[in-house]
Design a binder for this molecule. Structure first.
Ligand code: BGC
Ligand code: NOJ
Length: 806
């Protein structure tokens, strides 16, 4: 069943039932100020860091679900409703929510009063705009009461939900005609405040939640709205909120535009206060006055649209498969922006209170994102390299506001260092900017330790080489890509973190996955060295790669597939010898991508994936799932069979299999895996899948799970990057290379018309892929026959017309 439809011409998903199986959200904002917004207006807003600068409150896992957000109540005589349906759940005559690129619009109608409520954050502004156009579609005069509602968070989202003995005493607000200011802790250690403003006269307000709701009441029955009378409450401690009360008179067919502004301001220490010892509101007032002009709002919205147009236009495909176009041109890239901006910090499932910017996560996001905004990528690369230690190991995460490595989770994930090589290599391939390698970057953010970025990459490579186990394969440390394969931890205590509890000292567990990574990204490092006048280093690492290949072939192959690992005692993991967890997907993908083993071994590995791991929604992470807890394996065996790392379709690694298939020239097999979980292709099963049909989720429950096919943890997943890479660079085959653009399509049989427009290093490419048996494998570039896949960029040529025959 579907709950809406794609509107490709507007780049929107249009939800037509407010009661979607889970909240279906969108992200507002791109540059340090963000809002999460669901189809009913739920969600929250924050500045930079969802933990340290949470502006509005969200209660995760609350019942009923999603009752935190920006809510508007409309009242026409005795009828009260919310344009987004919740919290009142009054039946609406019409409802639609359009989630677009950086904006959401909720359009609804009740009692012949229609509203269109547009939410967006202008580029480069710390301000969420809620613009409501309200129209009287009846033939009688209407007098509508409108109440706004938003709930302030006391800034630190963790304290906010834990430290009530303090929290209930600190809430402070100021009210200045139509603007309600939130200033908790402003008197002492904070220089920031937030405000919520409306551009019309108000007839009342409330800022104290208990007063607004009334005793033991929920947001579906706020006393103030039910009695149609604001109480002018001034929060003092308790839970501060912001609610305006407006009266709107509308003649038949008359419409009015009402603008609410939710903003964030930082003041300098010296001018925090005005002469009355109140907040110095100059900056807020400037923002308010700027956006009191409706044409400015329109302009800001147009700018946002243009920004997206420009960003998405770097790669556009026109093919005979609409769903494919929709994914590549819109939703893959859109999801990539969210993952790039927020890593795995703030979604409806990542609470924004724990994980900041993940090291491996962000490095992988970059692989897919880099063409969209290379400048931002560069900055991110430097921030990431700054949490690396001199020995090459890295913090696993950093806090976005401080950019300091997160000591709680620490280090010890032995795949992390190599992802920096992968991400830097992707950046250079996209931009040709080798200068980045000269930028001086500190280790562990310590002043005085700065060395060229190149040395950081070298440290990454050295880290792997200095952490090899008994079979010459990389030691796994706490875990590799698979966070839950904790082979050295032997956790016995419930509640203990599998990732941070101390590893046993005898642990010498090894990872075949990291071996694959070392070969794949080591080769890219060698390529970089060669172009960076480091011939000796290139030769040395090349030789080490050869050794790693040999070790992987010798000790990392299990007869019909690649082995996953050796545990702390040197026993095989992911082997036919095991009773459970015989085969894992990761090494099949990565070792084939790294071109390890013979062609027939690679084919065999993928045939095994097909035989044991494939289900209706992609390939499962392992088979058979663990039914009991294996202390020597860790968290992976703690999940019930079919969930998360224990045998769900963990979408992130599916594209590795897709890419592996393309490397063996198996186009239909590659596409078949791609389409099993690509959102646009499974829109029809939203009732089973449950999460948003326009973005990927992290997992889809596997065959052994009770809720087979149910997805969880939407939005912030490395799936966004890898599925996009698999499709854009390997199936469609337009692949950045150190020296230019490679054209190497591996096209499934149902596609017979493909034109790709790609902007690459200041050149415009138009690539037509044409099916023609007689010319298969050949190519013309600007009308001339061309016998390589790689188009080396000639700076004097600005436009390349390419025809590639398949
Ligand atoms: C989850 C992983 C996640 C990790 C992050 C684990 O409990 O299963 O998917 O990456 O925590 O800390
Ligand atoms: C989610 C994490 O964000 C990612 O880093 C990890 O690779 C996967 N889980 C697999 O465990």
């Amino acid at each position: 069943m579907k709950y809406g439809h794609f509107d490709d011409s507007n780049k929107e998903y249009v939800i037509s039932h407010p009661m979607t199986p889970t909240p279906w959200i969108n992200y507002l904002g791109n540059h340090g100020f963000y809002g999460l917004i669901s189809q009913i207006g739920g969600g929250y807003t924050f500045y930079e860091d969802a933990k340290l600068r949470r502006i509005t409150r969200y209660r995760y896992n609350q019942i009923p679900t999603d009752y935190s957000g920006r809510f508007y109540y409309l009242r026409d005589e005795q009828d009260i409703w919310n344009p987004g349906f919740l919290p009142m759940k009054t039946k609406l005559d019409d409802y639609k929510c359009r989630h677009g690129m950086g904006y959401s619009i909720i359009e609804s109608k009740k009692n012949d009063v229609s509203t269109s409520l547009k939410f967006f954050i202008p580029l480069d502004e710390y301000l969420e705009i809620h613009q409501m156009v309200i129209k009287n579609e009846s033939d009688v005069d209407k007098k509508i009461d409108l109440y706004s509602y938003t709930e302030w968070n006391l800034w630190n989202a963790v304290d906010d939900q834990t430290n009530f003995q303090r929290n209930l005493n600190i809430g402070e607000v100021e009210i200045d005609s139509q603007t309600i200011y939130h200033k908790t802790e402003y008197r002492e250690r904070r220089n920031h405040y937030a405000f919520y403003h409306v551009n019309q006269d108000i007839c009342g307000y409330d800022t104290d939640r208990a007063t607004f709701l009334g005793l033991y009441r929920g947001l579906h029955e706020p006393e103030v709205v039910l009695n149609n009378k604001s109480k002018q409450s001034v929060a003092s401690g308790g839970s501060p909120i912001a609610s305006h009360h407006l009266q709107i008179n509308l003649k038949p067919n008359e419409e009015k535009t009402i603008v609410f502004l939710l903003g964030y301001v930082e003041n300098d220490d010296v001018d925090k206060f005005d002469e009355l010892n109140q907040i110095n509101k100059i900056h807020a007032k400037k923002l308010i006055s700027k956006y009191s002009d409706l044409t400015k709002i329109e302009q800001a919205f147009r700018d946002l649209k243009e920004y997206w147009e420009k960003t998405l236009n770097k790669y556009q495909v026109d093919s005979n498969d609409d769903k494919l176009n929709r994914m590549v041109n819109i939703w893959h890239q859109y999801q990539l922006m969210a993952t790039f901006n927020l890593s795995r910090s703030a979604s409806y499932y990542e609470s924004g209170t724990g994980r900041g910017i993940g090291f491996r996560d962000s490095c992988q996001d970059i692989l897919g994102f880099v063409h969209m905004v290379p400048e931002k990528t560069k900055e991110r690369l430097i921030d990431l390299a700054s949490i690396q230690f001199k020995d090459g190991s890295t913090y696993h995460q950093y806090q976005p506001l401080t950019k300091m490595g997160n000591a709680d989770i620490g280090t010890g994930f032995n795949d992390d260092p190599l992802w920096l090589v992968a991400a830097t290599s992707a950046y250079i391939k996209e931009t040709g900017d080798y200068d980045i390698l000269n930028i001086k970057v500190p280790f562990n953010n310590e002043k005085g330790t700065e060395e060229p970025l190149f040395n950081h990459l070298k440290a990454s490579i050295r880290f792997t080489l200095s952490h090899l186990g008994p079979h010459g394969l990389p030691l796994i440390g706490r875990a590799d890509w698979n966070d839950c394969l904790n082979l050295n931890c032997f956790s016995e205590e419930p509640g203990e973190s599998f990732q941070t509890s101390e590893n046993k000292s005898f642990g010498r567990a090894e990872s075949v996955f990291i071996a694959g990574m070392f070969v794949k990204y080591g080769l890219e490092y060698v390529d970089i060295c060669k172009r960076y006048q480091k011939e000796d280093e290139a030769a040395y690492v090349n030789a080490e790669i050869e050794k790693m290949k040999t070790h992987t072939k010798t000790f990392g192959w299990d007869d019909k597939w690649f082995l996953r690992a050796y545990d702390a005692f040197g026993h095989k993991v992911g082997s036919n010898e095991n009773q459970e967890g015989k085969i894992y997907v990761e090494p099949q993908g990565f070792c084939v991508m790294a071109d390890i083993g013979s062609k027939s071994q690679q084919e065999q590995a993928l045939a095994s994936v097909d035989q044991y791991l494939k289900n209706d929604y992609g390939v499962e992470l392992l088979y058979p799932p663990y039914t009991k807890y294996h202390i020597e394996l860790g968290e992976i065996s703690s999940y019930p069979p079919g969930y998360k790392e224990n045998g769900s379709v963990f979408n992130h690694n599916n594209p590795w299999i897709v890419i592996a298939y393309t490397m063996l020239d198996k186009a239909n097999e590659a596409f078949d895996i791609y389409k099993r979980n690509a959102p646009a292709y499974i829109e029809d099963i939203s009732d089973i899948h449950k999460t948003e049909p326009y973005v990927y989720s992290q997992t889809i429950a596997g065959r052994s799970a009770k809720n087979y096919g149910e997805a969880k943890n939407s939005w912030l997943t490395g799936t966004a990057a890898w599925t996009y890479i698999a499709m854009s660079q390997h199936i469609l085959g337009i692949r950045p290379h150190f020296d230019g653009l490679e054209i190497d399509p591996v096209i499934p049989s149902h596609l017979d018309h493909i034109v790709i427009k790609r902007q690459f290093r200041n050149c415009n490419f138009e690539i037509k892929i044409i099916r023609d048996e007689t010319k298969k494998g050949s190519m013309t570039v600007n009308g001339k026959t061309y016998d390589r896949k790689l188009i080396v960029i000639d700076k004097s040529i600005k436009r390349y017309d390419v025809i590639a025959y398949v």
